[in-house]
Ligand binder design. Structure first.
Ligand code: APR
Length: 228
């Protein structure tokens, strides 16, 4: 069985109704990264940071996976499929994909602020001041903030190096180290980028760029791959 590795970003969840970060109406137009998505922001104003992620978590309860998430789950009929997602939503899980590595954390989880190995599923959408881990520290969102280490990047790079086919969907490839994963894929293997605003300046061999929305393009590509 061939191995397909898929790197997803906010664009795959856009058609489910979740805003991306860097499109013209994106989240980073509304909020400043340094106020809500850094450890310094958390130290300065926990209430603001908690509220930002509480709103994202609340919204997640009202949205559903779209055609692109479901199409990727169907690939498992014929391939070993590994999803590496930058997204903190759980739409790949809800669509039925099995192997999902979350590079930037998960909205539905929270963790201890003194021991990063203490991770909990949050019941409901609201994390509150005074919600403590078993060691007595305030729980924080289980999110990799700007400037923090990306603990899953080594396994993600190893998986990318094993890909027979590599597909990138809905990411501006602005944020490293995630954006560098394409470089781990071996030169002779096919690679695809699906993004309506994909750039043209990639110097990567065997790369096909599909400038379309994920809902249509992922479904079409999956149909093709299932025929092979
Ligand atoms: N289908 C496919 N792609 C889409 C769609 C769609 N329907 N709508 C928008 N896009 C594309 C945009 O063209 C853009 O290139 O999705 C991409 C979204 O890019 P970003 O907003 O930068 O999101 P992402 O690349 O996932 O961001 C990476 O940055 O802020 C951090 O931690 C956050 O994980 C996030 C990381």
């Amino acid at each position: 069985m061939k191995t397909i590795v898929i790197l997803t970003g906010a664009g795959i969840s856009a058609e489910s109704g979740i805003k991306t970060f860097r499109d013209s109406d994106g989240l980073w137009e509304q909020y400043r990264i340094e106020n809500v998505a850094t450890y310094e922001a958390w130290q300065r104003n926990q209430a603001l940071v908690m509220d930002f992620y509480n709103q994202r978590r609340k919204q997640l309860m009202d949205v559903k996976p779209n055609a692109a998430h479901f199409a990727l789950a169907r690939l498992e009929e014929k391939y070993n499929v590994q999803i590496i997602t930058q997204n903190v939503d759980d739409l790949h899980e809800r669509a039925g994909s099995k192997n999902i590595l979350h590079l930037h954390g998960e909205l539905k989880k929270v963790r201890s602020s003194i021991d990063s190995s203490l991770i909990y599923e949050l019941k409901g959408w609201e994390l509150k001041k005074g919600d403590l881990c078993e060691k007595g520290s305030q729980l924080r969102p289980h999110i990799v903030w700007f400037g923090e280490e990306v603990p899953q990047i080594v396994p993600a790079a190893e998986l990318s190096a094993k890909a027979d086919i590599f597909i990138v969907i809905g990411t501006s490839l602005n944020v490293y180290p995630a954006a560098g994963l394409l470089n781990y894929v071996s030169a002779q293997h096919p690679k695809y980028i699906i993004d309506p605003n994909a750039l043209n300046n990639y110097y990567i061999s065997n790369l096909t760029i599909i400038k379309e929305k994920a809902g249509i393009a992922v479904s079409e590509l999956v149909e093709e791959l299932l025929k092979d």
